[in-house]
Design a protein around this ligand. Structure first.
Ligand code: ATR
Length: 276
């Protein structure tokens, strides 16, 4: 069977092997999907050895998405925009790098949560790697306005500048903000791309930013997302964790490697039941 893996550090708790095994069973594809723990200073040699052993590709997770970007000979436009790669395909002519995180997020919001984005006001919190990975795809969903708010304003501004042309091409008003200076008016959709919850710092914005009935998405799942999700519910808005994004970005990678789309709904439902 063809071999794939998730390359990262840590990878022990990654759900990707489980998800891809289900995709493979569902579509009758013969493949194995492993965990590839890379030493922090040895991402490239570890993945090179995996490829040399005949593997076909890998997903890349924290903290190697930037190194994966650099390792790719050619990249998709969305990976170029993100400056980060989460999916590598080991082509004969050199590695192909893609980033499926953003499309996975947008697909989960629109198709699974039933929340449109076109013409609406979207707030993205954070300007680190997680936000950089999804900003281009959020813009491509054509909200009327996309505000990127971050604790340090310079990082938000840098992402807005690197995505300015893309936003213009899609007719999206893209602007940077600090967390304190967010406009009073309420956003329809809020996506949390900060790691504030990991630091135990809670939700870094006031309550008034998300409108009642809106959607608040955390890119994380499990106990780390709970504080944010509780806060969203307390605003009278709908909370959504990052599990759907995880499954959808995996489906995009699977399609890139195998040329076919798995059915994500039963896999997401199974994961939810298993992690509950
Ligand atoms: P990741 O790859 O997960 O995005 P990162 O690149 O370190 O990790 O980015 C973390 C993000 O969470 C940043 O936007 C960070 O804000 P700064 O750029 O100002 O550092 C944000 N963040 C982390 N802890 C935070 C906190 N306690 N309050 C607000 N924002 C926080």
């Amino acid at each position: 069977p063809d071999r794939y893996a998730v390359a990262g550090n840590p990878v022990a708790h990654s759900q990707s092997p489980n998800i891809h095994a289900q995709f493979a069973a569902q579509t009758g594809q013969h493949l194995v999907y492993e965990r590839l723990l890379c030493p922090l200073d040895a991402f490239l040699p570890t993945v090179q050895a995996f490829a040399a052993a005949g593997a076909k590709g890998c997903n890349v997770t924290v903290p190697f998405k930037f190194e994966a970007f650099a390792s790719a000979r050619r990249r998709s436009p969305r990976a170029e925009l993100a400056g980060a790669v989460n999916t590598l395909r080991f082509d004969e002519q050199g590695w192909w790098g893609d980033n499926t995180d953003g499309l996975g997020l947008v697909r989960d919001i629109q198709a699974n949560a039933g929340q449109p984005l076109a013409g609406l006001r979207v707030l993205l919190l954070g300007a680190g790697g997680a936000s950089a990975g999804v900003l281009g795809s959020l813009i491509a969903a054509r909200p009327a306005e996309l505000t990127l708010a971050n604790r340090s304003a310079d990082k938000a501004l840098a992402l807005v500048v690197s995505h300015a042309r893309w936003a213009q091409e899609h007719g999206v008003r893209l602007q940077a903000s600090t967390l304190q200076d967010l406009p009073e008016d309420r956003f329809d959709v809020l996506v949390n791309g900060t790691s504030a919850s990991l630091a135990g710092a809670g939700v870094p914005v006031r309550g008034q930013v998300l409108r009642e009935g809106g959607l608040g998405v955390d890119m994380m799942y499990g106990p780390q997302a709970q504080g944010f999700l509780d806060w969203v519910a307390a605003q009278g808005a709908r909370p959504r964790d990052g599990l759907g994004m995880l499954v959808e970005q995996a489906a995009e990678a699977f399609q890139l490697w195998r040329g076919m789309r798995p059915d994500t709904a039963p896999v997401l439902a199974g994961l939810r039941a298993q992690l509950a």
